[in-house]
Design a protein around this ligand. Structure first.
Ligand code: BES
Ligand code: ZN
Length: 636
């Protein structure tokens, strides 16, 4: 846990213990830190010594499911700092040395906290500039998912990927794992020679002959953006600066699905300024990846469940791309400010989609987001989690993952949209563009953002103060009375069909035998339809629905998941085997949680949920098992 309170370099030196020019000679200038950041999810004390560069040498051992590595950390330290503290979780520390000396130095590994892991405290010498930590990852390193060949589409080779956000980087690298601490990195990684290694850095496009790979990331990033993946991967370019990595069996599908990647990057740039990370590539992971996407710099990790075959789920790519500005350039200072990463990103995502596909399209996304948001807010308030419906969170003593709800995403989005609607798009866009430029490679807290808003949006444009609006959205529970109302004409025909139905019309008559009532509906229209089906459908009705509309045969994971939610709610037995197959093969938490939650509402359902989970659990990443264990009351 750390606190940086010094206002500027001068103050930093005077007030934070830098004792003079002698100690300063052999280290680089400490970066200007003009903010107060209090991160309760790190043990680091960067005011003593802070990591500036990581040089990582690692060997990936699939047989023992561990990584053996040396992390050489270049540090900046206060003149009289006697130690540096790193975050670790489950790492076996073998040896620590300083600079060029082969001599081992003493270190202490503190007690383990369930979420934070253990602080690694290393004693420094007066002139230390590099700390070398030799270590091996633990048996249950939470960021790492080791897949057996049968869990890949090739079926022949094992696979590894990492998921560091929010505070899991420390389970594979001893580092200062706080979003406000940025460092550059280089890496040398050895993997079995049949496999390719990729990182959130400059990447190869072909396998090396000897399984050795070198990486460079010259732009400073926080630890949660450290990423590694190793597998039997292929690369295909999409444009000069974009491309896709995937297993051989899915690469062609991925190339088609993401065919508009360059247009997306250009749309993003036209909104908020140049893409600052050189290349933008995607890595399509095996289905156990617990998220939809993860914005690892230069290389977004993505779930294969967005390969729908018709480019209908690519807003997820727009989202991860948008993080290249919101999150990766301007970074939430702590996980309590998570909405600054995600709310801005959802806003930006919708703007990219609007540019590419029009307002009616992006308004479908916004309408679905409002539906999710209202449902989640109601649920949280009912369960006594009202305080977590504030944008500014208090996650002290908790897993930062608890903050991953639609509050950060969608309430954050609607707050920014409210600002756009009150100031006008032109004014708001130039504000945002400046925000990303002024704060690039810096940290942002909610309080800093409010100050920035007052100065650069309100005062600068002579607008009337909006403190009340800020307070309601940021610090109050629930949703403000006055909020944006998304409206998409494309849902009109869906609503008409739903009305016909509730008015007593028969499914067969509405949709005819060829599904014509749906008139070429797109994925989001079908989702709106599925979400608004009346409650209490009979087995007969479910059967007719599926016969006519073939939901259970859908190749679209979002539609399938929405359909399965009805299968569970209506205890529709003919759907169970497909439901089970879906749950066993997909590790994406966003699909799993609602289905398991719905299942456990009845006694039989709970039994079924536990049976399925027993089979499925070995296929899931820690992020997903951690949530589902708690939901189902399973002790690992
Ligand atoms: N950065 C998040 C994923 C994340 C958040 C991982 C918090 C760990 C902790 C990523 O950008 C994200 O939001 N993914 C969403 C995509 C969606 C909102 C389009 C997901 O995975 O569903
Ligand atoms: Zn995101």
């Amino acid at each position: 846990m750390y606190l940086i309170t010094c206002a500027a370099i001068a103050l930093f030196f005077a007030g934070c213990g830098f004792s003079g020019s002698k100690e300063n000679n052999n280290r680089k200038m400490i970066e200007k830190q003009d903010v107060t950041v209090h991160d309760v999810h790190t043990y680091a004390k960067p005011e003593e010594a802070v990591v500036k560069h990581l040089d990582w040498e690692a060997e990936v051992d699939f047989e023992h499911k561990r990584i053996k590595a040396k992390a050489s950390l270049t540090i900046d330290k206060a003149g009289d700092a006697k130690y540096i503290i790193l975050d670790t979780k489950g790492l076996r520390i073998e040896k620590v040395a300083l600079d060029d000396s082969p001599r081992q130095v003493t270190f202490t590994l503190g007690d383990r906290d369930q979420w934070l892991g253990s602080p690694l405290m290393i004693n420094l010498e007066p002139n230390t500039s590099v700390v070398h930590v030799h270590y091996t990852t633990g048996d249950s390193a939470e960021a790492l998912q080791w897949l057996a060949p049968r869990q890949t589409s090739g079926g022949k080779y094992p696979f590894l990927f990492t998921q560091s956000q929010a505070i899991l980087a420390r389970s594979w690298v001893p580092i200062q794992d706080s979003p406000g601490i940025r460092f550059t990195y280089t890496a040398k990684v050895k993997v079995p020679k049949e496999l390719m290694a990729l990182m959130s850095a400059e990447n190869p496009t072909e396998k090396s002959a000897d399984g050795l790979y070198s990486f460079t990331m010259n732009q400073p990033i926080p630890a949660y953006l450290l990423a590694l993946s190793v597998g039997d991967l292929a690369f295909q370019p999409i444009s000069d600066r974009t491309g896709v990595y995937a297993e051989h069996a899915v690469i062609d599908k991925a190339v088609y699905e993401f065919g508009e990647l360059e247009e997306m990057v250009q749309a993003a740039e036209s909104l908020y300024g140049p893409y600052r990370w050189d290349r933008y590539d995607l890595l399509v992971l095996p289905p156990s990846f617990p998220f939809g996407g993860m914005e690892n710099p230069r290389l977004t990790f993505a779930t294969p469940t967005i390969l729908a075959g018709d480019r209908s789920l690519t807003s997820l790519v727009a989202h991860e791309l948008a993080h290249s500005w919101s999150g990766n350039l301007v970074t939430n200072g702590t996980w309590n400010d998570f909405w600054l990463n995600e709310g801005f990103t959802v806003y930006f995502e919708h703007r990219i989609m609007e540019k590419l596909y029009g307002r009616d399209y992006s308004e479908m996304l916004a309408s679905l987001a409002m539906q999710d948001l209202k449902k989640e807010v109601d649920g949280m308030i009912k369960e006594g989690n009202g305080p977590d419906t504030r944008l500014k969170l208090d996650l002290e003593g908790r897993n930062p993952d608890d903050g991953v709800t639609s509050i950060a995403y969608d309430k954050g989005y609607f707050f920014l949209r409210q600002l756009e609607e009150s100031t006008g798009r032109e004014v708001f866009d130039s504000f945002l563009k400046k925000y990303f430029t002024d704060n690039a490679f810096k940290v942002m807290t909610t309080e800093m953002f409010v100050t920035y808003l007052n100065e650069h949006l309100i005062s600068k444009n002579g607008l009337k103060p909006m403190e009340d609006i800020f307070r309601q959205w940021i610090y109050e529970e629930g949703l403000p009375e006055e909020k944006p109302v998304p409206l998409s004409g494309r849902f009109d025909s869906v609503n008409q069909v739903l009305e016909l139905w509730t008015g007593g019309a028969k499914i067969k008559d509405i949709f005819l035998d060829d599904g014509a009532g749906a008139d070429g509906w797109s994925t989001h229209q079908w989702l709106h339809f599925l979400r608004h089906l009346p409650e209490g459908l009979t087995v007969e009705q479910m059967k007719t629905l599926d016969e006519h509309l073939q939901f259970s045969e859908s190749g679209n994971s979002e539609i399938l998941a929405a359909w399965f939610s009805h299968v569970v709610r209506h205890e529709y037995e003919p759907g169970y085997s497909q439901l089970e197959q879906f749950l066993v093969n997909t590790g994406r938490r966003k699909f799993l949680m609602p289905l398991y939650s719905e299942m456990i509402k009845t006694g039989d359902g709970k039994k079924r949920a536990l049976e399925i989970y027993k089979k499925a659990r070995p296929n899931y990443h820690f992020v997903s098992t951690n949530s589902i264990d708690a939901l189902l009351n399973v002790t690992p």
